[in-house]
Design a protein around this ligand. Structure first.
Ligand code: ATP
Ligand code: MG
Length: 573
């Protein structure tokens, strides 16, 4: 490719619309342009990088034995009603109407479609295991599209779906995908760490997210350097030392005391009350599918709504409104408690097990109870794990302190079980001729998000540092004089031919621009190798090879191609 034939609209200024560095660099390097919020156009260079990521994903899926298919983005709502997700996924579901006013949905994911296909095509245990994948456009009505390709309304995903006869076989399929993902991200030059992830309302422990550590990530991962434990904080657990004994006489029973104006853990922790947060019981009220439930936590702990969803078996809930709370409990938030209260189910976090000498609201505004022993005074319906772990708490495996790091989720592997095969009737006859639902797994990679994550992880003050595997072009040839018959342009053209013949992607910067402008652009875009051809070095029979993240090398003209091939090989390994 000759630069003068391309469309590479690099920008000197940082666009105000872009908050994070990878989004800024995507725009500044002329890789993408915004159509409108959450919708982007891939320019030629951006598309080349994207295609390289896609190709790595495709090769590894093929290698793992998955079969490529292509499913429609436009889907009939009936299958979404059948799976139940017409309701539960309504927040992200784009709906459109045709001229006859019939409704359709734009697929945010394809479990319903693939399971419908398999229900029609697979009927015997001899036809499994099978894994189908596609690389295709998804639509999600994200509330807050942001950070460019990271969270868009339309994006490209690789989604794969495995079908097995048994649970064990499904686990083997899961493992294969897990390993394929490790290879994919490694080949993309991306450090992506598998972490245990929430399995949502389906339970089970087979879900991992692949996380790229980054301060701008929207997820938090708790991990331990010592044991390799790593989990999304939506799922992470820790070992928590029991509260020290309260020192109170066991005979003390709940005593109501006045706390005028006190409505927070912090204010009760201050004088004259001075009740340490860990000695308080926090009472939260949620409306779950039309019914109120109480969630109790230690005062110094935070509720994790993802964990609560897993415990409740539904994601359809919200914090109750003050009016709903007042009606059910007779007090406002800040004075709530569950002592001798049996009107609503009580879900108590396991960190409260056995605690005594606690203080909690008295369901009367401006009053609390002290001397509360939870197992004696509160009727706990269920002990559950609903708090968020904090940095410094002990690793559940080895006891060393956990660390917390922000991260970008680039991929997700998930053992689904039979939820969709049952709902959409994907049954097979097992060896005994018995009709049984297929056991499924689903596996996603955000292809466009992965491309941006590479930039988020690999850049410096001058621009992107592409790994060889995903760079739009591997080599940028930069003759400094491009006048008609100049020897520098002639050599550039010769090297272009030789490298192209070896299968290297080369761009020739044939612009009549100052060297500084050319160098800045090639650094901003981040081609892995630049070959500078100037008259001075040419007089010495040399060219200047500059690996994007390495030192300048003066190389004999005749050795230039070999040196580039060597650098590429090193970059690929
Ligand atoms: P998130 O929690 O970030 O919304 P998700 O859990 O909804 O992601 P999945 O349904 O597991 O995501 O989708 C698989 C992959 O698709 C994700 O790991 C992510 O890389 C990518 N992805 C999801 N939503 C978006 C989006 N709005 N824009 C770009 N990529 C996305
Ligand atoms: Mg999402």
């Amino acid at each position: 490719m000759r630069w003068t034939h391309a469309l590479i609209p690099t920008l000197r200024e940082t666009p105000a619309e872009a908050e994070i560095i990878s989004h800024q660099l995507l725009l500044r390097a002329g890789l993408i342009r915004k159509l409108t919020g959450g919708l982007y156009i891939f320019l030629p260079l951006g598309l080349r990088a994207l295609r390289k990521v896609e190709q790595i994903v495709r090769e590894e899926m093929d290698r793992a034995g998955a079969l490529e298919v292509l499913m429609p983005a436009l889907q009939p709502p009936e299958i979404w009603k059948q799976s139940g997700r017409y309701e539960t996924a309504q927040d992200v579901l784009f709906k459109v109407a045709d001229h006859a006013k019939k409704e359709w949905v734009l697929g945010p994911t394809h479990e319903e479609v693939i399971t419908t296909l398999v229900a029609g095509e697979i009927s015997s245990h001899r036809q499994v295991p099978r894994n189908f994948y596609q690389i295709q456009t998804k639509f999600r009505d994200e509330i807050r599209p942001r950070f460019g390709l990271m969270r868009a309304k339309e994006f490209i995903m690789k989604d794969a779906y495995s079908f097995d006869a048994t649970d064990e076989a499904a686990q083997a399929s899961y493992q294969k995908m897990y390993e394929a993902y490790q290879r994919i991200f490694a080949r993309c030059g991306l450090k992506a760490v598998p972490v245990e992830a929430d399995t949502g309302v389906m339970g089970g422990k087979f879900s991992h997210e692949f996380m790229v550590p980054a301060e701008t990530g929207e997820n938090e991962v708790a991990y331990c350097d010592h044991s390799d434990y790593a989990a999304n904080v939506e799922k992470a657990i820790s070992q928590l030392p029991a509260l020290p004994a309260s020192g109170e006489e066991a005979s003390l029973t709940p005593e109501k005391f006045a706390t005028p104006g006190v409505a927070t853990i912090e204010s009760l922790a201050k004088a004259p009350y001075s009740v340490a947060p860990e000695r308080q019981i926090k009472t939260l009220v949620y409306l779950v599918e039309g019914k109120l439930v109480l969630a109790l936590l230690r005062g110094d702990h935070q509720l994790n709504e993802t964990k609560l969803a897993a415990v409740l078996g539904t994601a359809t809930f919200r914090p109750a409104e003050p009016a709903e709370i007042l009606e059910a409990m007779g007090a406002h938030p800040g004075s709530l408690g569950a002592v001798q209260f049996d009107k609503l189910p009580v879900y108590a976090d396991v960190a409260l097990r056995g605690v005594t000498g606690m203080t909690t609201g008295a369901n009367q505004d401006g009053f609390h109870y002290r001397h509360v022993a939870i197992e004696r005074d509160i009727k706990v319906t269920r002990w559950v794990e609903i708090r968020t772990v904090k940095a410094g708490e002990a690793c559940p495996r080895c006891g060393h302190p956990l660390k917390i790091q922000r991260a970008i989720e680039v991929g997700h592997v998930f053992k689904l079980g039979i939820k969709y095969s049952q709902a959409l009737n994907a049954m097979f006859l097992d060896e005994n001729g018995k009709k049984t639902p297929l056991v499924m797994g689903c596996y996603g990679i955000g292809v466009t998000r992965t491309m941006q994550a590479i930039i988020e992880q690999s850049h410096d003050k001058d621009g992107i540092i592409w790994p060889v595997s995903t760079a739009p072009y591997t080599v940028c040839l930069t003759p400094l004089n491009v006048a008609g018959a100049s020897p520098t342009l002639k050599l550039a053209e010769q090297l272009y031919q030789e490298l192209t013949a070896k299968g290297v992607d080369v761009i020739l910067d044939d612009r009549d621009e100052r060297p500084g402008v050319k160098f800045k652009d090639s650094e901003l875009i981040g081609f892995p190798i630049r070959i500078g051809i100037g008259e001075k070095s040419l007089a010495k029979g040399e060219v200047e090879i500059k690996p994007r993240a390495g030192a300048l090398l003066a190389v004999k003209t005749a050795d230039a191609v070999a040196k580039v091939m060597e650098l590429i090989a090193a970059g690929k390994s």
